[in-house]
Design a protein around this ligand. Structure first.
Ligand code: ZN
Length: 238
């Protein structure tokens, strides 16, 4: 069983009718319902419950953490962001969706500003598979067509991805590194660009397939603090 924890700040859905209409129970519940299966169990956490629901115990018991945040990044306690970074370094997988590019834990893990160019005009997007043999692209075909998505574009100030799986192209002309893989310590990280709150992106079958593939890819294969001891004696006498 893979243990997934989904953090969604859960602010837009309560404040804005246009978002409530798309995700009446919140993005976290929509994702939970879509991902839960015979081999994936899902817990959720939101801004209001973050201290309990993303406690050190919960993070230690999480195989893959999924993060959606936008307007409340600053309300995430620094100690939670640091704890997420440390768990990833030990081996926990992490998937950052859409505007989570500016979340505290993602920026800590990347070490760069993670800024990008953006425009909100309801453009359509083609999410192109540029790495068809990658496990996260399995079953996707050549591309995913999204009728409307917020336009995100380059430059995107992230470190060079270890592996690039998707490139997004928008009807207005922008392009964006849309699916980026990283390794930090023992942990695997996937950033995936689609998922604006006013569009039903997380109801798209292929988008859910990508997130599910990323859960299987990011689950820990080895999890432990990296310990580098001072050794008193050589293995063999010199
Ligand atoms: Zn957005």
């Amino acid at each position: 069983m893979i243990k997934v924890t989904i953090f969604n700040e859960f602010v837009h859905e309560k404040k804005e009718e246009s978002v409530k209409k798309v995700y009446p129970e919140g993005i976290h519940i929509a994702l939970k319902n879509a991902l839960q299966s015979d081999d994936i169990t899902v817990r959720t956490a939101t801004t209001e419950t973050i201290k309990e629901d993303l406690s050190a115990e919960v993070l230690a018991d999480t195989d893959v953490l999924i993060w959606w945040g936008h307007m409340a990044h600053e309300s995430v306690p620094d100690e939670v962001a640091t704890a997420v970074m440390r768990e990833v370094q030990k081996g926990m997988g992490a998937i950052f969706l859409h505007s989570a590019h500016h979340s505290k834990p993602f920026k800590l893990l990347m070490g760069t500003p993670c800024n990008l160019t953006w425009r909100e005009d309801g453009d359509s997007e083609l999410v192109w598979v540029c790495n068809p043999s990658h496990p996260i692209a399995e079953g996707i075909g050549r591309f995913i067509h999204l009728e409307h998505e917020e336009t995100y574009g380059e430059p995107f100030s992230i470190p060079e991805p270890d592996e690039l799986v998707f490139i997004g192209s928008f009807s207005g002309g922008e392009v964006m590194r849309a699916g980026c893989c990283y390794k930090r310590g023992n942990g695997k990280i996937f950033y995936f660009q689609p998922g604006h709150e006013t569009f039903p992106t997380f109801k798209d079958e292929k988008i859910i397939k990508v997130i599910k593939n990323a859960v299987y890819w990011a689950k820990p294969t080895y999890r432990a603090e990296l310990i580098c001891p001072q050794v008193k004696k050589p293995l063999e006498d010199l």
